[in-house]
Design a protein around this ligand. Structure first.
Ligand code: C2O
Ligand code: CU
Ligand code: CU
Length: 507
């Protein structure tokens, strides 16, 4: 039975994930081990413990922190049960022959050599199948040759990413660098990652995830993937509507939308403003003052909230992105109740980081990618990229070091967050076009002027909302590695079926 009544808001303190300790470290490399296990956690004061899957048995997983250029090795170990506890659709890729429980870890936003990037078909046991492993693991290597940024790690197994991430397999991966250190930004306990997700529950406190779309027909497979999932409860760092006690000073928050499908438009009470320091892949050139920000699944924003004028007050972080109701409209509460512990000046730096080098590089390739929809043999919507499915041959081969412009033509009436592995990119613009004419003739006829990227996406990005009826253009430089990568819609229900494509970076 689905839990339909609501739960008391702001009764649990916000959990802050612990930083993972290395098993071994010298000046060559840092070595970690991360076990994926089943665990039970209380997600709300009035809810019984919920069965979850977590990295190191925690949801969210421990935060992994690395320095720019630090060589990090992680042994990812799958110690999960043999059966999944969420509804597996056996008609999807990987559903037919693969083991039901399969995992592969991807660090979202990291520039990682292809063999360590978490290719969806490289789920564990794949390589060791012949010898029949008793436990399954993979050692991945992360050179971290990139600027300070808020990244995250999550599961990426073919056909079940939506279920593995929903079960709890997600955590933060932060890269620090010298530039960031010199900025005197709030740090330590004043630098807080916020993983925002939505979940639904059964009355016994277990996770609810739909078995089938509504309405389903006689032909709909059971279980079946659904075209969209919006949970009834909003969680921050694994607690439902938590609160955080803060001092009257500046805090840095690393906002991450880790939901399967939901967008969030964040605001503070009274339209209170805040400052953005960074986008998905790193710091901006200078801070930007905002009073709202929209994050699609997988997008991040590094922000500063200044509580110094609010001692004694309570400030709610809100969401206004549809579908939204009086519950999902609330995210968490800041309680400005702690005494100020130091009197240091925490003024905001005027300049943050260098501009992305990609801006000026000459463009060597243009690609047009359509975002399409069809019906599958069961009458369900099937979402595609460039009218191709995952298993079609590779059709995109950018050259190592080349700058390219990719244009995403969204012919649907729904926005899709498109993510490209390996690169960070700049959002160039969005421009409306005649969708009907394009469908009939294949030619692009613009119906209005191009608009600049939103004020909060004018920095390095790895995920961009491709808006309906528009062409969204991005510019990326394909480096520093060559080999097989993927790009996909980050609505996990779409990524699994079937908005994901491989691409090859050629040497
Ligand atoms: Cu956040 Cu391909 O993933
Ligand atoms: Cu990624
Ligand atoms: Cu999508």
């Amino acid at each position: 039975m689905k839990l339909d009544q609501t739960l008391r808001k702001f009764v649990d303190p916000l959990p802050i994930p612990k930083t993972l300790k290395p098993k071994y470290k010298d000046d060559q490399k840092t070595y970690y081990e991360v076990r994926m296990t089943e665990c039970y956690q209380k997600l709300h004061r009035d809810l019984r413990p919920t069965r979850l899957w977590g990295y190191e048995g925690r949801f969210p997983g421990p935060t992994i922190e690395a320095e720019k250029n630090e060589l990090v090795q992680i042994k990812w170990i799958n110690e999960l049960p043999k059966k999944h506890f969420l509804p597996i659709d056996h008609t999807l890729h990987g559903g037919e022959h693969a083991p039901e429980v399969r995992t592969v870890v991807h660090i979202h936003g990291a520039k990682t050599p292809p063999e360590s990037d978490g290719y969806p078909e490289a789920w564990f046991s794949y390589r060791f199948q012949e010898t029949g492993p008793t436990f399954q693991h993979e050692i991945y290597e992360y050179p971290n040759k990139q600027e300070a940024a808020t990244l995250w790690y999550h599961d990426h197994a073919i056909g079940i990413t939506r279920l593995n991430v929903y079960a709890g397999l997600a955590g933060f991966y932060l890269i620090h660098d010298y530039t960031e250190k010199c900025l005197n930004l709030p740090s330590g306990k004043y630098d807080i990652p916020l993983l925002i997700q939505d979940r639904s529950f059964n009355r016994d406190g277990s996770l609810f995830y739909p078995e089938q779309p509504t309405p389903a027909t006689r032909d709909t497979p059971n279980p079946s993937v659904v075209p969209f999932f919006a949970g009834d409860f909003i969680l921050a760092n694994g607690k439902i509507w938590p609160y955080l006690e803060v001092e009257p000073r500046k805090y840095r928050f690393r906002l991450l939308n880790g939901s399967n499908s939901r967008n969030y438009t964040f605001t503070l009470d009274d339209e209170e403003s805040f400052y953005q320091l960074g986008t998905d892949s790193g710091l901006l050139e200078k801070p930007v003052k905002l009073n709202q920000i929209t994050l699609a699944p997988a997008e991040r924003a590094d922000i500063i909230i200044d509580f110094s004028a609010h001692a004694g007050k309570k400030i709610i972080l809100r969401n206004s992105s549809p579908p939204v109701n009086e519950n999902t409209e609330l995210v968490m509460q800041f309680t400005v109740s702690l005494p100020l512990s130091d009197k240091k000046d925490h003024s905001l730096p005027k300049r943050l980081a260098r501009k992305s080098l990609a801006i000026d590089q000459p463009v060597k390739g243009l690609r047009y990618m359509t975002l399409d929809t069809e019906q599958d043999q069961y009458g369900r919507p099937l979402f595609l990229l460039s009218n191709k499915s995952w298993s079609d041959p590779v059709s995109d081969h950018p050259r190592l070091g080349d700058a390219e412009i990719w244009s995403f033509l969204n012919v649907m009436n729904f926005p899709h967050p498109i993510h490209i592995h390996l690169v960070d990119f700049l959002v160039l613009d969005r421009r409306p076009f005649d969708v009907e004419r394009f469908k009939e003739t294949g030619t692009i006829f613009f119906t209005g002027p191009a608009s600049s990227p939103f004020i909060y996406e004018r920095g390095r990005k790895d995920t961009v909302l491709a808006t309906p009826g528009e062409i969204t253009r991005i510019k990326a430089v394909f480096e520093p590695y060559h080999g097989r990568y993927v790009w996909h819609c980050h609505i996990l229900e779409h990524e699994d079926y079937d908005m994901m494509r491989p691409f090859d970076v050629l040497k």
